[in-house]
Design a protein around this ligand. Sequence first.
Ligand code: SAH
Ligand code: SF4
Length: 394
Amino acid sequence: MTPDLSAPIAPDVLTLPRKLPGGMAPNLVGLTRDQLRDALIAAGTPERQAKMRVGQIWQWIYHWGIRDFTAMTNLAKDYRSLLAEKFVIELPEIVTRQVSADGTRKYLLRIAGGHEVEAVYIPEETRGTLCISSQVGCTLTCSFCHTGTQRLVRNLTAAEIVGQVMVARDDLGEWPVPGAPKDETRLISNVVLMGMGEPLYNFENVRDAMKVVTDGEGISISRRRITLSTSGVVPEIARTAEEIGCLLAVSFHATTDEVRDRLVPVNRKWNLEALLAALRDYPRLSNSERITFEYVMLKGVNDSDADARRLVKLIAGIPAKINLIPFNEWPGAPYERSDWERIEAFADIIYKAGYASPIRTPRGEDIMAACGQLKSATERQRRSRAEIVADDGL
Ligand code: SAH
Ligand code: SF4
């Protein structure tokens, strides 16, 4: 059943019972087709049947949203029992779901180890966007971002990344009903990797998860409707074009290295010049159109006319859209949102230079669901990158 998303719903909190996920059996969710094939063979599926079984199981999980092996009726009973014995189909657990007055839904999800991440669904008139997380917390410490104040706990697995899309589909009632006429309207038409974490510090899992989400026989969201946002992890940008091929957004936020060093500290490693060089190659490598430059408007920090003019000069020659994001406040934030007139004057300079410069309306502010406001309670000591990478085998 499709919920009525147009009706404003008063903020509410749905609290579901907490249950720690995690049996010992491997989870089929998040495996690429090749990985699924290997897993099935290892569990005793004859090699010559493996491809067909992958196709069947894939459809059950990602087209129909089935979680129970016994419901996979085109598989022999014995085979279903074998699958149920060897594997699980497991998603993150919804701990709370908050619904904003504007219809935005924020999910707090519990994943293995008792960690928590957030995902946000933003309904709009002609589309619906799901904003998903790639890490618990973030290793980077952008000074205007709430997530940046939360220490990184770990990278999400591909299963946990795909799982966010599946959980939201569950909540929105978006799986097809067998026998019902095919419904082409999509509640989740777009996915943005703009939640917690830096996706390019979790490259392989993000890539594999996107392989699953874009697969035409399953969730089938085109890679042109997926936008990955990075703070500027330059060495992974070409790989993103080649191995994921989605749209790219970059958290630009400043027009001089001096200011960007302060706002987006990863700039000390890869400065504006290095970042811009990587961005120039992206549209060709990914065969995509425009790069989105995200620019958070911070009062008196990066919002002058001179900044706007420098911005236009810096990105000259790159097919671009500039997304101005009024700063979203969070408790203890060291910045203020630029005044509206300032944002409009800034937008005007960019527009006159020939760029689309939409000002992003904050969504779900009343439930702290807007850009940069996500932060879950999970905290742990900051760990080295080596430890995080080692943990990826989870
Ligand atoms: N880590 C990735 C993706 C997540 S952030 C990245 O940094 O790109 C999604 C966007 O929200 C980024 O452009 C980020 O810089 C911006 N953002 C972070 N905190 C914000 C805040 N308090 N107000 C407005 N935008 C914010
Ligand atoms: Fe991490 Fe992005 Fe926040 Fe920076 S803006 S701290 S990269 S989530």
